[in-house]
Design a protein around this ligand. Structure first.
Ligand code: DX5
Ligand code: ZN
Length: 238
């Protein structure tokens, strides 16, 4: 089944003093989601935004809120963010040992949200195996989480392809999302490898014309994906 590539601008790179304007701008530019990076100063060194902002965003936009929880205690946080209006919640596998990973996915669904699991760049993709059939989305980090504006870690597209093929083998079809250092120079590679959703922080919000930048990233990704599908090659062939 073919779905166009969606762009999820990360508001970590937006202008917080003019967030309403930036949200309207990405809505008009055809963003698929608003990506909200929640950082706790513990799982990652940085602190960013939390429940009160998600509440206000939910009132301000019709776009689905894609909340990326970079926190050490996601099981405690899930109900709060669900209640605040998150549409999807992404937890990190690195803090969910043993059965806790499946528990978190269940708790997200029970709270009425779509469930995603994220992997840091060095975490083996195999850790997804016990939950892949339950996931709405998989998030492959292509930088070490914590900051926007970092460079894409070369080879991350292989992890995207691995996640896509693991999902296919399991008969599952979660969206495959990639996050970190994605822009016109890297979009084609990850899209050809099977990425469905591209998170973009600086590539959109640090551009002179964010709407044009978003369109350019999407066009690159779309062209690469179409090519990979038509050629019937690579992990994008499904
Ligand atoms: C990194 C965050 C990303 C980041 C993306 O920890 O999860 O969403 O803000 O920013 P860019 O696209 O600038 O790498
Ligand atoms: Zn993120």
């Amino acid at each position: 089944m073919y779905e166009p590539v969606r762009i999820a601008p990360s508001i970590l790179s937006a202008d917080f003093m003019d967030l309403g304007r930036d949200i309207a701008l990405i809505e008009q530019a055809g963003a698929g989601f608003v990506h909200v990076d929640v950082m706790d100063g513990h799982f990652v060194p940085n602190l960013s935004m939390g429940v009160p902002l998600v509440k206000q965003l939910a009132r301000a936009t019709e776009l689905p809120l894609d909340v990326h929880l970079m926190v050490s205690n996601p099981l405690d946080q899930i109900p709060w963010f669900a209640e605040a209006g998150a549409d999807s919640l992404t937890v990190h596998a690195e803090v969910l040992y043993g059965d806790a990973l499946a528990q978190a996915v269940e708790a997200i669904h029970a709270a009425g949200c779509k469930a995603a699991v994220s992997l840091k760049p060095k975490t083996p993709v195999e850790v997804l195996a016990p939950v892949i059939g339950q996931l709405d989305m998989v998030l492959i980090m292509s930088v070490e989480p914590g900051f926007s504006g970092q460079s894409y870690i070369e080879g991350s597209e292989r992890r995207v392809a691995q996640a896509a093929s693991m999902a296919r083998a399991a008969g599952a079809s979660p969206l495959i999302q990639v996050d970190g250092g994605i822009g016109v120079a890297t979009a084609a590679r990850v899209a050809a490898a099977g990425a469905d959703v591209l998170v973009c922080g600086n590539a959109v919000f640090a551009a002179d014309d964010p709407a044009a930048a978003l369109a350019a990233v999407r066009a690159e990704a779309e062209a690469a994906r179409t090519y990979a599908l038509e050629a019937g090659e690579g992990a994008a062939a499904r």
